[in-house]
Design a protein around this ligand. Structure first.
Ligand code: SF4
Ligand code: SF4
Length: 671
């Protein structure tokens, strides 16, 4: 071809690209450090499954196959593109390993790859322009990119077709059936015309691909470049375990400015594809609150780019080790408030931390950390919190419970029942961690008493802490008071150590998540933490609890987010329910992985819900639609929220909310 022209094209486009990527790199450097390179094999495995395997995209058949087709075809055709660029310098250029036989097989695969991409693009255009799924927002960029990809494939196929019409004996002609078929388009053309087409397609393809590369970092299609690194650098800790905060030597806590996020949060912003999957089952987005997780990430990204020229300078200073100068440059920057202007405070406080968004995001964006980081700033640095949160925080600080009930009443639920206490027994096989809801909330005290009754019937060696138990810290942590959480966690861990605790069981998924996934950050090691549904299912399976026949009834099971989605406990409560004679299990429309939040997680249990439809009302309508006479939960917050919703929506005559332990206790066979 023309080596000089190819050299100019390549150098110019790569120089522009390098300049843009350098800017993005300095923004990452302006952000805070975070370590994400441990356990490389596990990271690689995830890369294969989530990245190359497109696992989360394929949960949705049509769109998933379309994306997988474009992704796979694009990878295949990219090899051809590199070859073509090489042929700009040397007409005989061939990539290593693609000579002779392998090259001919590749010609077939590449041809098919281009056709698959074209079919997927056609389907993508149909969806965007005709069927328009609700989660997608129609954007000119989305259509432009699809057309751009189609043009890349078309120029490749038509270029090969022109080449084969010029050289019917070309070795690849027999292997590339589609291009060879398309060469019929040039039948009757002179050699000069076919040659001109070949050159035109060659240069168009090379120019389009290099322009495409330069366009990507400027829009949502930056994910083409960042999604695989984002998947590799994903968090490997449990999904609902918040990262601990370093308090030493800091004047502010949490994130009040965009560069106070870790670099990983910045990578999240680069990687969002705006696909809207995170919004589909988000309880706040669905019920008309000001928080939609996609908008949260996009607003932060737009804010970041608006500050980019100045923040790149901050990143360069940090990279030079000039921390004080970097801080001064960041301080001097005039900007809107991250929480308050970019994201509304209502949006940040609306999140229930249910985790739907991050479990559905195909590029593993970590939305909850974006929310909790900003809550930490509002709570600990600015004390800018919803008015009703003051009482919960006061209660957590002074009485170690968010209801602000007297700490001395924590064991009142026991009354004169013979519930074993650690202080009397000294040691027990299981510590039953009751939690604040079980200890202080009247409705949930019934659940705790029923659970103790089941443990007694099964002959379980267990004990409770009584007044020695403190709040596990879940509300403090989700509401952004990390300092208080750390103190609560340390105190409970010390108590567990004092009694040599080896197994803990709790009826609260929030306690379960915190003890199991977050207390290891505070030194709790080698302790098995179980949810009561897991233990009850085992006791039933082992015959230590025997159930007798009861009236037949249909019961809908509602998944708690902190038990199901965050910790993968879906089967144990269902197995326990199935063990109840005469009971039929119903599933509400959103269940298991797609379970719909009750509205109480993330500390929302203690905040008012003033905007949009009430989440628990939306959920109870879904449950009622199953026709079940009862709804079973395995979470004290869900029990309260669904029970309230039943009353508030006048369903008390047709629907009742129970905890799993209560249902089992009602069916116990007489001893
Ligand atoms: S955050 Fe993830 S799921 Fe949500 S729009 Fe962006 S890429 Fe899609
Ligand atoms: S965690 Fe739940 S409530 Fe919060 S943004 Fe994600 S889906 Fe919405």
């Amino acid at each position: 071809m023309n080596p000089a022209a190819m050299a100019v094209l390549l150098l110019l486009s790569l120089a522009f690209f390098a300049n843009t990527i350098a800017g993005r790199w300095w923004l990452l450097r302006a952000a805070q450090p975070e370590r994400r390179v441990d356990r490389p094999w596990r990271r690689l495995r995830g890369l294969l499954v989530l990245g190359f395997g497109q696992q989360r995209l394929l949960w949705e058949r049509g769109a998933g196959l379309m994306h997988a087709g474009i992704f796979a075809g694009f990878l295949v055709v990219s090899v051809r593109t590199v070859t073509l660029i090489g042929r700009g310098f040397d007409p005989e250029f061939q990539l290593p390993l693609l000579g002779a036989g392998a090259g001919l097989v590749y010609a077939t695969v590449k041809d098919l790859g281009a056709v698959i991409v074209l079919a997927a693009v056609a389907y993508g255009l149909w969806r965007r322009l005709v069927t328009r799924p609700a989660r997608l927002s129609l954007s000119a960029e989305g259509v432009l990119i699809l057309l751009w990809i189609a043009a890349l494939m078309a120029t490749d196929l038509l270029g090969d077709a022109a080449l084969f019409s010029l050289r019917p004996d070309h070795p690849e002609a027999a292997w590339a059936a589609v291009s060879r078929g398309l060469s019929a388009l040039y039948a009757g053309s002179t050699r000069d015309v076919a040659d001109a087409w070949w050159r035109a397609m060659f240069w168009s393809h090379c120019a389009l691909v290099l322009a495409f590369l330069n366009y990507l970092p400027h829009g949502k299609h930056f994910h083409v470049l960042t999604s695989l690194p984002a998947v590799y650098l994903r968090r490997l800790t449990p999904p609902a375990a918040a990262d601990p905060l370093e308090f030493e030597g800091r004047e502010t806590f949490g994130v009040g400015r965009i560069e106070e996020f870790s670099w990983r949060r910045i990578l999240d912003m680069y990687t969002c594809t705006e696909c809207g999957r995170c919004n589909v089952n988000c309880p706040t987005a669905v019920t008309g609150k000001p928080l939609a997780p996609k908008s949260l990430i996009c607003a932060e990204r737009d804010h970041l780019y608006a500050l980019a020229p100045a923040l790149e300078g901050v990143g360069k200073l940090r990279a030079q080790g000039r921390a004080a100068a970097a801080a001064a440059a960041a301080d001097a920057l005039s900007r809107p408030r991250l929480t308050g202007d970019v994201n509304s405070e209502d949006a940040i406080w609306a999140c229930t931390t249910c985790g739907w968004c991050q479990s559905a995001c195909p590029v593993v964006i970590e939305h909850v950390a974006h929310v909790v980081d900003q809550r930490r700033y509002l709570t600990m640095t600015e004390a800018r919190v919803p008015p009703e949160m003051h009482n919960a925080l006061r209660g957590l600080e002074n009485n170690s419970n968010p209801w602000n009930a007297s700490a001395g009443g924590r064991a009142d639920w026991i009354g004169d029942r013979p519930v074993p206490r650690m202080s009397d027994k000294g040691k027990a096989r299981y510590l039953f961690f009751v939690g604040c809801a079980g200890a202080f909330d009247a409705r949930n005290q019934d659940v705790v008493r029923a659970t103790c009754g089941l443990f007694d019937r099964a002959g379980l060696d267990y004990a409770v802490l009584g007044l020695e138990e403190g709040c596990c810290g879940d509300p403090s942590r989700r509401l952004g008071h990390e300092y208080l959480f750390a103190a609560q966690a340390r105190q409970n861990v010390e108590t567990f150590r004092r009694y040599g605790v080896e197994k803990i069981v709790t009826a609260c998924p929030h306690c379960y998540n915190t003890l199991r996934n977050e207390y290891p950050q505070f030194g709790l090691e080698g302790v098995e933490v179980l949810h009561h549904s897991e233990l009850l299912a085992r006791l039933l399976a082992d015959g230590r609890l025997r159930l007798g026949p009861g009236a037949s009834a249909t019961v809908a099971y509602h998944d708690s987010c902190y038990l199901g989605r965050h910790n993968g406990v879906y089967d144990a409560p269902r197995d326990a329910l199935r063990a109840v004679p005469g009971l039929a299990l119903a599933e509400p429309p959103r269940s298991r992985r797609e379970g719909f939040c009750c509205g109480a997680g993330g500390g929302r249990m203690f905040l008012e819900e003033r905007l949009g439809t009430r989440i628990n009302h939306a959920r109870i309508a879904e449950v009622a639609a199953t026709g079940a006479a009862a709804v079973c939960t395995a979470c004290p917050f869900c029990l309260t929220m669904l029970g309230d919703a039943i009353k508030e929506t006048d369903r008390a005559g047709s629907l009742t909310a129970f905890d799993l332990a209560e249902i089992i206790a009602r069916h116990l066979q007489d001893a």
